[in-house]
Design a protein. Structure first.
Length: 218
């Protein structure tokens, strides 16, 4: 399916200051959420798009389809932030085992079992947090079929507990990434038990990569 395009209008939700039409557009954050959820769900790839480039918009052109929308020149849009922010996940997968990637939502343990109650933060869907069906906070998980890694994309700051029984090795190396800046925030090693609790520091999205560490000597 075609994903959301960066700077593409979502829908007309009314009028802003001065009576001008207010049409929100998809941000880099919206694109990242679509991207990570798509790839970790098992898709072969992802087609990034940017609306001003799709329309080859120049200053002064009428924006077709959406009246009252001011899009940047297509040459300016070549530097749209989302276009570079999608490079992190392909790099991490290529450093590991891309072709053993399988979706693994079953590894996400219910928050109630982990001692958290996020339903009051959902958008009105009963037990949305417990079932991980809130579109704003939906967590995506994938794993290596050979047992070497797990990746979890957490779109907003919330507790995520991941079962680690599919991983080999005695220890786990956990690396925390900022999908916006593409930076590694920190890394730590912890003994492998039945599960691991992950709590993002960022208010927006965070990517957790859990790698199995080789068996200890002796």
């Amino acid at each position: 399916m075609e994903p959301n395009y960066e700077l593409s209008p979502m829908f007309d939700v009314g009028h802003g200051p001065g009576g001008q039409p207010y049409v929100p557009v998809f941000t880099p954050y919206d694109v990242r959420k679509s991207f990570y959820r798509t790839v970790l769900a098992g898709a072969a790839g992802f087609a990034y798009g940017c609306e001003p480039i799709r329309q080859v918009i120049k200053h002064g052109d009428r924006v077709h389809v959406w009246d009252g929308v001011d899009l940047p020149d297509w040459r300016e849009a070549l530097g749209a932030r989302g276009s570079t922010q999608l490079s992190l996940l392909p790099r991490l997968l290529s450093e590991r085992s891309y072709f053993t990637r399988v979706p693994a939502q079953e590894l996400l343990l219910p928050p109630r079992q982990a001692g958290a109650w996020p339903d009051r933060m959902s958008i009105g869907i009963p037990t949305a947090g417990q079932q991980n069906i809130d579109p704003a906070s939906y967590i995506s998980v994938a794993r290596c079929a050979a047992g070497s890694w797990i990746m979890a994309y957490v779109p907003v700051r919330q507790l995520a507990e991941i079962a680690t029984g599919t991983l080999a090795g005695d220890d786990l190396s956990v690396t925390v990434y900022d999908p916006e800046s593409l930076e590694e925030l920190h890394r730590f090693v912890t003994p492998r038990t039945g599960s691991i609790r992950l709590v993002p520091e960022r208010d927006l999205d965070t990517l957790f990569v859990v790698d199995a560490v080789s068996q200890r000597d002796g």
